[in-house]
Design a protein around this ligand. Sequence first.
Ligand code: FCB
Length: 473
Amino acid sequence: MSVGNPDYRDSGLVFPPGFIFGAATASYQIEGAWNEDGRGPSIWDTFSHTPGLVVGGDTGDVADDHYHRLDEDLDLMASLNLDAYRFSISWSRIIPAGSGAVNQPGIDFYSRLVDGLIARGIKPIATPYHWDLPQPLEDAGGWPNRETAYRFAEYAAVIGAALGDRVDTWTTLNEPWCSAYLGYGSGAHAPGRTNSEDALKAVHHLNLAHGLAISELRKVATNDPLYSVTLNLHALRGVGDSGGEAVRRIDALANRAFTGPMLHGAYPADLLADTAEVTNWDFVLPGDADLIHQPIDILGVNYYSTTAVRLWDGFSEKSSVDGHKPAAGTSWPAADCVEFVRQEGPYTDMGWNIAPDGFEDLLLAVHHEFPDLPLMITENGAAFPDVVHDGRVHDVDRIDYLRRHVTAVHRSIEAGVDLRGYLAWSLLDNFEWAYGYTMRFGIVRVDYDTLLRTKKDSAHWYAELAASKRLPD
Ligand code: FCB
């Protein structure tokens, strides 16, 4: 343990009383039961069932079968000493057609989940939208259609009325960057569309959906919950002389396109100027700024790695961003002049560089910009190719990754950041979107043939951290 620890491999650090250690998952990635008990189709069902879009033709049809193994998974969480569990709600289970009739079995499932968490002393943190838009709403235009935001508000009112007496924290959207730019820009994610203006329309309508949902939840929640949104804020590093300008452009698209309207009440002028050739933003209507700019209590931050950029000089080999955020080019409307530079390792199985210093830099920067806003790490973790040996998984790489990033969290707190908790991604190995089941992020292994859960060494390590609030040796 040392104050200036340069490699973040610390131990013995003690976290403040009340600091939350938990784990996160998302509905489509774990639940399975894709067509049971009245659930309707979502864009991820359609995408994964389309040949060639997901590695190995994998789908979320069964996934971890969490839907049928709820009690076992709740007991697992309790055995890991989790203070909180972040799950997402499948809109298609609650309102199968995206609007209109409510499906009571869907409500009952999440109600049982929430009750089961509370009974075990685990705080429920609910994400109403983690990318699985009901297919009928995509057929009506998806997120580029303004109406989708109003449908989301109606859905939020329904789940708020059902669960708003027990959910501890509502984090409206997970990573709207991915929904907009990967869903409608690069097409790497569902619904797989590739149109730059549509991607920017989606950005705006997701922002609007966030604001409208917060207003609806506030009307019906009775237990004074915390309100939040989860953003994958990009930790940007400029490379060379042009790095500063490249960072400015990508920061506008990736970060300030969301924090601007949600937290400052306006889109940044440089974003509008940079994207002027793609759109005149006339889909932003008078009054939208006030609808979006709702007070929140805590900001959810997801962090995995850093992003390095410089201006494209036309000579060097253009490299793609990384595995999960692929296809430079149309992922980033009006950013053809920016080159994403491959960074130094070490890397995780996703090809993402491991950079706890970038985590600390990001948290300090967010705190500097929003000094009065508490933060929660709503996702952080790593995929590695685990090996089962005598029924155990000695995932030293994952423990090392978690140790370094939890150390970065501690250093940020020491530096004055109001950081309330850390949620590991993920509780279970699961369906990693376009990578199917090839990427294992869980601290608990899932055997996809038998669906057997096995705690990896990282799960034992994390359980000790969660119980003691002290970074284990
Ligand atoms: C995040 C997603 C999450 C998972 C992790 C690895 O971007 O929110 O569902 O895929 O990446």
